[in-house]
Write a protein that binds this ligand. Structure first.
Ligand code: SF4
Length: 196
């Protein structure tokens, strides 16, 4: 049921031309994962690799994200659904404008409405500002649980930021440990992770 609803939304988004980002990208990157997942991850927008393949988080940052998930005992197609604030790649990987975020946001809201995750992890400032508060600062908000429309939300750093600044790996890992603890509390008390 959820899968069918997501596919119908995907068909709609695939033909979207509501903002200028569609003109400059190769593919719309809708999102992927388990439609029944209790854990949703939201990033900023597609980069070059994602644009080429039509899949989210498949470049270097995506590979790092997969490693973090693995350390937490999560696998992207089993435990998570991964999406972005905007579905089309901004030129030169620039940050999407407020207008682009607002224009694309109804699709993300609809995805969240279909998937009904219990936990959302916001990866980076754009995800935090795009979903929760345009003025929020990731350096202040990260690591602290927020409640948004009845869903537990954990903001943390974007994996691309960890590649640029390895010092952010430690705090990010602390944030993900909290996500694992919340997952055990809300979803599966027996969730296994060798690392936390
Ligand atoms: S970024 Fe979103 S709103 Fe803009 S064209 Fe792509 S799917 Fe449509």
């Amino acid at each position: 049921m959820k899968e069918r609803e997501l596919e119908s939304l995907r068909a709609q988004v695939d033909t979207c031309q509501r903002c200028k980002l569609r003109e400059g990208c190769q593919r719309v990157v809708f999102g992927e994962g388990n439609p029944e997942a209790s854990l949703m991850l939201i990033g900023e927008g597609p980069g070059a690799e994602e644009d080429k393949l039509g899949r989210p988080f498949v470049g270097r940052a995506g590979q790092l994200l997969d490693k973090i998930l693995e350390a937490c005992g999560f696998e992207r197609f089993t435990h998570t659904y991964i999406g972005n604030i905007v579905k089309c790649r901004p030129p030169q990987n620039r940050i999407p404008t407020d207008e682009e975020r607002l224009t694309c946001r109804p699709y993300l809201h609809r995805q969240i409405g279909i998937i009904e995750p219990k936990i959302i992890v916001l990866l980076g400032a754009t995800a935090l500002q795009g979903l929760i508060d345009p003025q929020a600062k990731i350096t202040k908000a990260r690591g602290n649980w927020l409640m948004w429309q009845g869903i537990w939300v954990m903001p943390t750093y974007h994996p691309a930021a960890l590649l640029r600044n390895p010092q952010l790996k430690r705090p990010t890992w602390e944030d993900f440990k909290k996500v694992v603890a919340k997952y055990r509390e809300l979803v599966d008390p027996n969730h296994y992770s060798a690392n936390c």
